[in-house]
Design a protein around this ligand. Structure first.
Ligand SMILES: Nc1ncnc2c1ncn2[C@@H]1O[C@H](COP(=O)(O)OP(=O)(O)OP(=O)(O)O)[C@@H](O)[C@H]1O
Ligand SMILES: [Mg+2]
Length: 299
């Protein structure tokens, strides 16, 4: 797949944030590609919210820099939309009045209010007071607020938290549609597998440090699960034929094989009289990849 020209919408350079004596973000550098959906992953407490807050100017870094393509943090709702909990709406106001007030302040047309309410599926509840909202409804309102200016750059902290499957699908469609229009999104999540269908690029942090950056396609490696009573002999043949074989995570006789098609592995086994008990194409689970990257912690 050819990558489009790499223009950074946001560059994070050696970012460091300390709370008291604790360093929660440690010389973190990464870029957010323009026109892409970037997923920012890490276990609980890894520093995701802190980094997002620092990027949008809600927290001050102790070191390093954040630069937007246009320079400093944009103040125009058409350039930057942000949703980091809490959503900030007055509990006594309705979603509609909250969004209307924001639209007026930002100089946006009134019709954007109805548009974003529809986008997040909040039309029915729009005239209810925010104080009576469920968690998912508040999340939808936060999203609607961030989307009000149809911003060039959207920054969302854990946007799928509390959303039902229908709302998650809606969000996924929305973010892909934004990317197709060249819009940039940075979203955090602790579920790599969940976000795989939505994101193009990933940045994984652990304990405030970068552990991986790349595309989701690079992580989604597929291979063969092969079971044989003679794993060592078959591994040798696979390696000699240019493939890679290693004992599978589950242990036992299973091998994880990459770099050779199933037919070739079957042929090698047949020629050497090695019995095959199973040969199945699989995609490595992103959950396993996440655990490998973040030292197997719960996330
Ligand atoms: N205002 C604060 N004062 C002191 N420590 C803080 C503050 N905010 C965050 N921390 C600490 O910074 C670290 C990173 O927290 P952060 O909320 O950024 O993690 P996270 O990756 O967003 O986690 P989660 O997945 O639970 O949302 C944690 O150890 C947290 O306790
Ligand atoms: Mg967080």
């Amino acid at each position: 797949m050819n990558s489009p020209p790499q223009t950074a919408a946001i560059s994070v350079d050696e970012l460091t944030k300390r709370y008291g004596r604790t360093t929660v973000v440690d010389r973190l550098s990464f870029t957010v590609r323009e026109g892409a959906v970037t997923g920012f992953f890490g276990p609980n407490g890894a520093g995701k919210t802190t980094v997002l807050k620092t990027i949008v100017g809600l927290a001050r870094p102790n070191g390093g820099r954040v630069a937007f393509r246009s320079g400093a943090v944009p103040s125009d709702a058409r350039e930057l939309g942000v949703h980091i909990e809490p959503c900030g709406a007055h509990p006594g106001r309705t979603a509609r009045t909250h969004l209307r007030a924001l639209a007026i302040l930002a100089g946006l047309p009134r019709k954007r209010v109805d548009e974003v309410l529809e986008t997040v599926g909040l039309e029915q509840a729009a005239r209810r007071r925010v104080g009576t909202y469920s968690m998912g409804m508040r999340q939808r309102l936060g999203l609607a607020t961030a989307l009000l200016g149809d911003p060039e750059i959207l920054v969302l902290d854990e946007p799928v938290n509390g959303l039902d499957p229908q709302a998650i699908r809606r969000l996924r469609t929305l973010l892909r549609e934004r990317a197709a229009r060249g819009r940039t999104t940075l979203l955090s999540s602790h579920m790599l597998s969940e976000a795989a269908q939505t994101v193009d690029d990933i940045v994984v942090i652990d304990k405030g440090r970068l552990v991986h950056t790349g595309t989701i396609a690079e992580l989604e490696h597929s291979g063969l699960s092969v079971r044989t009573p003679e794993p060592e002999r078959l591994s040798g043949l696979i390696a000699a034929a240019g493939g890679r074989a290693e004992p599978a995570d589950g242990g036992g006789d299973a091998l994880w094989v990459e770099g050779l098609p199933a037919g070739k592995v079957a042929e090698l086994a047949l020629r050497a009289n090695i019995p095959l008990e199973e040969i199945t194409s699989r995609t490595a689970s992103l959950e396993d990849v996440f655990f490998d990257l973040t030292g197997g912690q719960d996330a």
